[in-house]
Structures are given as structure tokens and as C-alpha cells.
Design a protein around this ligand. Structure first.
Ligand SMILES: NC(=O)c1ccc[n+]([C@@H]2O[C@H](COP(=O)([O-])OP(=O)(O)OC[C@H]3O[C@@H](n4cnc5c(N)ncnc54)[C@H](O)[C@@H]3O)[C@@H](O)[C@H]2O)c1
Length: 315
């Protein structure tokens, strides 16, 4: 069932401290513009300093966009450099003492030339395909590092107090919104490395969703957008639209990000977004499990989950 969302969600962003990477353009850049205009305080990291600085300067110079008291700090960040990401969070903490929302946008598409029939030859094996490792470092490792830093700054310092707050169903203002993809929930035969990296992000969501709210009072949700009109998909946008397939605008994705960020009870959603509409894949995945896995496997899996608990006892 579609998740209802409107631009009203922007009214909840005023005064929030948001840390994000990959915010110089694309979906992240759109979140910077809309949230700044709504009065949020943004800490934006991107390795494209020219675009990032230009975006920040244009917002500060825009009287109308600045009317709600928003602020934006841009830092040149290479997310594959741990200290570089850390500096972004430290800047937000130094200025505001806390962080409300953290979104790791920075990623890139498929590194070509490794699995295509012409490229996959015995001769090619002599060369280590380091571009694959680099892409996994960008799309997966940098996000894991980002989340670890974010959780350390956003957590309730006491796990016991966090558990009590969770049990009492208290609202949780702090959250991470992960960027998975359509490629994180299904097949994409032509882009195996990107697909594996986005499935990793969905895996991160599934691991964090039962854990970080109870231990740290930090919620985690993920976006799984289908094709979204940014430069990342420039090479296919025309053909996609010509085929009659629904295209998201970056604003569509931003609306669901901000909904997940500001709805203080929303956790564990993996929001598939297509043509501006969003549906929670995780809800359907869990609800229909007996239909596709069978009753016995579903019951046993539930028992295994109870046995495993939060996994704290594992060696
Ligand atoms: N556009 C789509 O169709 C689509 C669909 C599903 C998911 N996504 C995901 O949404 C997120 C944003 O995608 P987008 O379409 O806005 O992409 P984009 O290419 O427009 O923006 C990505 C940003 O990340 C930055 N970046 C790349 N490598 C970096 C690094 N090492 N350090 C710091 N910054 C770096 C780029 O400079 C750029 O500003 C990505 O995680 C992407 O996988 C996009």
C-alpha cells in the first residue's frame, strides 16, 4: 500500500541538524535546497567542492530561501577517507552539539568493463580489477563507516535508558536514512557490482532496524528508488521515458527521506519509490512470508529470530 506523503513534511524540518554526503548535486543536492529553505541546518560533504560550494553560496545569497533561518556548511569530503567523513560530523557537533538526521548519499553506478562478454577474458585476469574494489569501498564501506560515526554521535549514551525509552514507545527524533535502490531489492542483470552494493545497504537496514532503536534510540530507514532524474542515470533516462516507465524527480525521493527522518516512530522501512509513489517493501516482505516461504519455514525462522535476540551473545 502506498505511503501517503505531501510537502507538509517540510514543515517538520525547521531547526533540524542534518548531516549528508553526496550533497553537491542530484538527490542529495535537492535535499539540501528544500531543507535549507524549510529552515534546517545542513552539513554537506562531497568531493565535488566546486559544485558544493556553489550550491551553498547560492542558497545563502537567496533571501527568500533563507527566510526560515536555515544554514548550510559545505566541506570537501571524500567518503572513502575515514577522517574526511569524521570531520563532517565533528563540524556539525561543534556547531550544534547534536545531529538529528544523517543521510549517506555518495555512491556511483556500475564500473563497466568487467563482466561483459568482451571484457571477461582469460587474458584480462592478469590485471587485478581494482576498480571493482574501489566501487565497493565507495558504495558499501564508506556507508558502514558513516553509520558507525553517526550512531556514536546520535546515540542515547545509556543502552538501559535506550531500552526503557524503546519499551515505552517514546518518540525517537534521531535517525539515519540509507540510500539503497531498486537495485537493492531485486535483479538488475547488467549491473552486478552496483546491485551487490545496494543489496548490502538493504542488509545494513535489516541488521540495524531491530538493533539501533533498542540500543541507541536511533531509527534507521532506507530508500529504494527506481530511476530518478539525476546525472547518475543520464545515459538511460531518454530510453526509460520513451519506454513509458515512470521516472522519479529528486523531489519525490526527498519527500520520503524527510518523512522517514521526521516521523518519530517510523523504523525499518525500505521505501520503494516509483513515479513519485512509495511503498514499504519490508512490510510486504514480512507479511507475505508464509505465502512464499511456507508456514513451517516461516514459523521456524521466527523461532530462530527469538533465539538469536539482538545477537549480543554471539562470538
Ligand atoms: N538516480 C537514481 O536513479 C538512483 C536510484 C536509486 C538509488 N540512487 C542512489 O541515490 C544516491 C544519490 O544518487 P544521485 O542520483 O543523486 O547521484 P549523483 O551522481 O547525482 O550524486 C552523487 C554525489 O555523490 C558525490 N560523490 C561521489 N563519490 C564521492 C566520494 N568519494 N566522496 C564524496 N562525494 C562523492 C558526487 O560528487 C555527487 O555529488 C546514491 O546512493 C544512488 O546510488 C539513485
Amino acid at each position: 500500500m502506498d505511503i501517503p506523503v505531501t510537502d507538509n513534511v517540510l514543515t517538520k524540518v525547521k531547526g533540524k541538524v542534518i548531516v549528508l554526503t553526496g550533497g553537491a548535486q542530484g538527490i542529495g543536492g535537492t535535499l539540501v535546497k528544500t531543507s535549507y529553505t524549510a529552515g534546517a541546518h545542513l552539513f554537506v560533504g562531497d568531493w565535488d567542492a566546486e559544485k558544493g560550494e556553489a550550491l551553498a553560496a547560492s542558497l545563502r545569497a537567496d533571501k527568500e530561501a533563507s527566510a526560515n533561518g536555515g544554514s548550510v556548511t559545505f566541506l570537501r569530503v571524500d567518503v572513502t577517507n575515514y577522517k574526511s567523513q569524521l570531520a563532517l560530523f565533528e563540524a556539525a557537533i561543534a556547531a550544534h552539539g547534536h545531529i538529528d538526521t544523517a543521510v549517506p548519499f555518495a555512491a556511483a553506478g556500475e564500473p563497466r568493463g568487467f563482466f561483459e562478454p568482451d571484457a571477461l577474458t582469460i587474458e584480462s585476469l592478469q590485471q587485478e580489477p581494482t576498480a571493482i574494489r574501489d566501487r565497493l569501498e565507495l558504495n558499501v564501506l564508506s556507508v558502514v563507516y558513516f553509520c558507525r560515526i553517526a550512531l556514536a554521535y546520535m546515540r542515547n549514551p545509556s543502552p538501559e535508558a535506550a531500552q526503557r525509552a524503546f519499551d515505552a514507545k517514546e518518540p525517537m527524533p534521531r535517525s539515519i536514512v540509507l540510500m539503497s535502490s531498486l537495485a537493492g531489492i531485486g535483479e538488475n542483470p547488467g549491473v552486478p557490482i552496483y546491485n551487490a552494493s545496494k543489496h548490502a545497504i538493504t542488509g545494513l537496514l535489516r541488521s540495524f532496524a531491530p538493533y539501533t532503536p533498542t540500543r541507541y534510540n536511533v531509527r534507521v530507514n532506507a530508500m529504494c528508488p527506481s530511476a530518478t532524474n539525476t546525472r547518475m542515470i543520464d545515459s538511460i533516462t531518454g530510453a526509460w521515458v520513451a519506454a513509458g516507465l515512470p521516472l522519479n524527480e529528486p523531489e519525490d525521493v526527498v519527500r520520503f527521506i524527510l518523512l522517514c527522518a521526521t516521523d518519530e516512530h517510523r523504523n525499518g522501512n525500505a521505501v520503494y519509490i516509483s513515479g513519485g509513489k512509495g511503498v514499504d517493501i519490508e512490510e510486504g516482505y514480512l507479511r507475505t512470508m508464509p505465502q512464499w516461504m511456507g508456514e513451517q519455514h516461516t514459523t521456524e525462522l521466527a523461532a530462530k529470530r527469538v533465539f538469536s535476540g539482538l545477537g549480543d551473545g554471539w562470538v
